[in-house]
Design a protein around this ligand. Sequence first.
Ligand code: VGL
Ligand code: ZN
Length: 199
Amino acid sequence: MADEALVIIDLQNDFCPGGALAVAGGDEIVPLVNDLIRRTEHVVLTQDWHPAGHSSFASSHPGKQPFETIEMPYGPQTLWPDHCIQGSLGSDFHSGLAWTRAELVIRKGFRPEIDSYSAFFENDHATPTGLAGYLKERGIDTLTLVGLATDYCVAFSALDAVKHGFYTTVRLDACRGINLNGSLETMLNRMRDAGVTLA
Ligand code: VGL
Ligand code: ZN
């Protein structure tokens, strides 16, 4: 029997309507995610967790606006509104999320000079978060990913999960996307091509 984990990506106030980087319908997935929590043995949460003045914030780059792209030492980086600042209300999980059974909360994006979309690697695609080691050490080989946003943190997490050899499913009905310059279609194709099961 495969050991399975549900990985819930960034279901935080700032990605829900009313939040700093609101994803349309982000809060709609909460009941379905709660159902999946009830039905899955192992539950892991990720939490986007930025220090104030983080380098992914447009406000840290004079003259730049949110959703513009800049070149960072590790490649292109989309600039975002200030969001998920460590300890802020916006960084809290959605109040309806039944997170108590979560066995691990993995925080990411806490290094000031580098963003982290993936639950497994920072955006340099080289600095690990430790999640792969944790899951492997616990004998977990099968992952279901849900959460926000489909085309950023969920997609990059799913691509890295496959790279690490996990059997990986993204439940699209329990995700919502940002869709910046066609990013949703691009990332759905990339996930499909990489062998992620889109369900
Ligand atoms: C995310 C942009 C910036 C996400 C996080 O959770 O998809 N997107 N930080
Ligand atoms: Zn972020």
